[in-house]
Design a protein around this ligand. Structure first.
Ligand code: 6MZ
Length: 334
């Protein structure tokens, strides 16, 4: 099964750039920046099974140290693309929060990532990469305003690359209602919205988010069965990130993962990594865990991948090509 899943031309729809650098990539990045890899820092870039979501957000700060310069950010973007390509991911929507520091502005940040993606695609032509700028809900609202206006502007220059906006960050911080008017503006300007929703228990916020609407729902761990049905009616997929949810403690075990309830309800879903680096996983591994835990067959894994193709923000033509690759792979093994 593992070999089959590794070879499957997979589709990744929920991946945070700074969370997606595997151990080799972090080492390569540290060596490029410092001439050697400080082992202590590398260790801090991984989340053990601490079951503490707040501790996860602390971990990102260590990775951010490695991407705090233009060179670090550029190389990290290339390495994240390399890691997905090596796992035979044929399409990835990378999301990232534009940051500002002494080395770059938020505009520079996005431009560096865009250029790095364009360059990385020359090296790894088998993977298609899209970009979703993220709003970090733990940051002030005016930062979100800047992110949205940059995303709208840059989407005009790179219409096939920037496709939407992500709302993420520590779900215990910030209020959705404060960000709703800003992301609503993004939607009016034609950007898709992916929203981290019900990652922790917060029924009133989930209600607000569902009323507001979204193209895809991130995590959804605390959705009730009724809410899953609602998403099904609206054909909104839930981005399921097994290892992330278990390691961060929002789901108690793989067996208890809501993917099971979602499958039983026959509601739309996609399997994703979230942060393959800091959670030390791959999309192949996430599929493997799903097959081992819930007994998925090869055909179900193929169908899940086709579901991800369908719910991606790629063009019709791109989706057609991706689906063909998946079907051809499945047929070649029969
Ligand atoms: C919510 C998350 C997340 O943007 O610096 N992020 N937000 N829930 C999660 N579940 C564990 N995992 C990552 O990538 C890292 C950032 O993505 C968001 C956080 O804001 C984190 O700092 P970028 O590329």
């Amino acid at each position: 099964m593992k070999q089959f899943l590794k070879g499957l031309p997979k589709v990744e729809l929920h991946a945070h750039l700074n969370g997606s650098l595997g151990v080799d990539s972090l080492r390569d990045l540290a060596e490029r920046l410092y001439g050697s890899a400080p082992e202590k820092l590398l260790e801090l870039c991984f989340i053990r099974c601490e079951k503490d979501l707040d501790a996860c957000f602390e971990t990102f700060k260590f990775v951010h140290e490695l991407t705090a310069t233009a060179e670090g950010l550029r190389y990290a973007t290339e390495l994240a693309v390399r890691d997905f390509a090596q796992d035979n991911v044929q399409y990835v929507e990378l999301r990232t929060t534009p940051k500002a520091n002494a080395h770059y502005s938020r505009r520079d940040y996005l431009e560096i990532v865009i250029e790095a993606i364009i360059e990385a695609r020359k090296k790894y032509p088998d993977i298609l990469v899209k970009l979703l700028p993220s709003i970090n809900r733990a940051e002030p609202v005016d930062v979100a305003e800047e992110t949205v206006s940059l995303a709208v502007e840059l989407a005009q220059s790179y219409p096939h690359l920037i496709l939407g906006i992500d709302l993420s960050g520590n779900p215990a911080k910030g209020r959705f209602s404060d960000f709703a008017p800003i992301i609503s503006k993004a939607r009016e300007m034609g950007l898709k919205l992916v929203i981290h929703c019900a990652e922790i228990k917060n029924p009133s916020e989930v209600q607000e988010m569902l009323e507001f609407g979204m193209s895809r729902c991130g995590h959804g761990s605390f959705l009730t069965q009724k809410e899953i049905e609602l998403l099904k009616q609206r054909n909104i997929p839930i981005e399921c990130c097994l290892t992330s949810n278990v390691k961060s403690g929002t789901v108690s075990s793989l067996e208890e993962h809501h993917l099971k309830r979602i499958m039983e309800a026959n509601a739309p879903k996609v399997i994703c990594t979230d942060d393959s680096g800091v959670f030390d996983t791959t999309l192949t591994q996430e599929f493997l865990l799903a097959t081992e835990t819930f007994g998925l067959t090869r055909r179900q894994c193929v169908d899940l991948t086709l579901e991800a193709v369908h719910h991606s923000f790629a063009t019709d033509q791109e989706r057609k090509k991706m689906a063909e690759r998946v079907e051809n792979y499945a047929a070649s093994l029969q």
